[in-house]
Design a protein around this ligand. Structure first.
Ligand code: PHE
Length: 345
């Protein structure tokens, strides 16, 4: 045992630096633990000559005190800096971002349409998806042998009944329910899911979504209908949008029309979205047939009204140029994430 052994350890102790409480503890064990280097010197000290004992006793004790003091000092220092940092984390840092879901494009479009018609004073009405024949067809002036009443076109839940249950093929059924229970004048829009027995392809699906609208009051005319649709189209597709009405046929409206909006991609020049025509079809509409008013107990001599209906997937397709209807139902995240920035959640 030599003086230098003690001095070497003393120098090590004085130079000791630790960053964490764990490092301090490790250093304590290394020097002062059962198998520590200072403890080992004390073991050895017992076996040396008296002469050496006299010489090295004090420096050895001083080494132990210095080591104990340095360890305590380091512990305190680290304790202080931990206390000043709280948990040791920088609490002013922004939190970890959790991945947020996004709205489905069909929901985004539905919300936009609902917001526009709310501004025009329309209420929102909802009704059952499993409906009876009366509300989907009969009250809407569909003749008994109309093809929509065929199994090929409609999903029946219970057949062979005078008023069978079926999956509604349009939300006009909710308009019938509104006419039955609401006071006049009526202004409602009916968003919802509808079902048709169609083969699934890029352009057709057996499930899709509609928003239909109904306005009934005294003296409502086709001019009111045209104005409402024009205002809607400009809110939805931009202030430059023009509309075009083409004569059409629906059992529940007379006269009936299909509405096109000017193509907001080529602005009428003709492109592959509007197939070179400059126009895109967006909805069906017309003046409510007097038979429909009568069926729901409204006097057609006193009241008149208009109705319209549109498919949400189609509007979303035009808005975002989606080329395949099936994307809406497959829930592929790569598709859904494309719409993350389209709304504020
Ligand atoms: N109900 C029609 C459909 O599903 C749309 C429509 C509603 C047409 C109201 C005219 C008036 O296709």
């Amino acid at each position: 045992m030599k003086h230098e052994d003690i001095e070497k350890l003393l120098a090590e102790i004085q130079a000791l630096e630790c960053k964490t409480a764990k490092e301090v503890e490790e250093a304590r064990i290394r020097f002062l633990g059962k198998k520590g280097s200072i403890t080992a010197l004390f073991e050895e000290f017992r076996t040396v000559d008296k002469e050496v004992k006299r010489e090295l006793g004090r420096p050895l004790n001083e080494l132990k005190q210095a080591a104990t003091a340095r360890i305590e000092e380091l512990k305190e220092k680290i304790g202080e800096s931990l206390a000043s940092q709280g948990s040791g984390e920088d609490l002013s840092m922004p939190g970890e971002q959790l991945p947020l879901g996004s709205r489905h494009p069909v929901s985004i479009v539905r919300q936009q349409i609902v917001d526009i018609f709310r501004k025009f004073g329309y209420d929102v009405a909802e009704g059952p998806e499993v409906e009876d024949d009366y509300h989907v067809f009969e009250a809407l002036n569909f003749p008994p042998n109309h093809p929509a009443r065929d199994m090929q076109d409609t999903f029946f839940v219970s057949a062979g009944h005078p008023n069978p249950l079926l999956l509604r093929t349009h939300t006009s059924s909710v308009q019938v329910r509104s006419m039955e229970k609401m006071d006049l004048p009526i202004r409602v829009i009916c968003p919802g899911r509808v079902f048709r027995n169609e083969a699934i392809s890029a352009r057709a699906h057996c499930i899709f979504h509609q928003v239909e609208g109904l306005y009934i009051d005294e003296g409502v005319t086709f001019a009111d209908l045209k104005q409402a649709i024009l205002l809607f189209a400009r809110e939805m597709f931009g202030p430059q949008t023009e509309i075009r009405m083409r004569p059409s046929y629906f059992p529940f409206t007379e006269p009936s029309a299909e509405v096109d909006v000017s193509c907001n991609i080529c602005h009428g020049k003709g492109c592959n979205i509007c197939k070179g025509t400059g126009w895109l079809e967006i909805l069906g509409c017309g003046m409510v047939d007097p038979n429909v008013l009568k069926a729901s107990g409204i006097d057609p001599e006193k009241y008149s009204g208009f109705a319209f209906g549109m498919g949400l997937e189609r509007i979303a397709m035009l808005k975002w140029r989606v080329n395949d209807l099936r994307h809406y139902f497959e829930n592929d995240l790569r598709f859904l994430k494309e719409f993350e920035s389209s709304v504020e959640i």
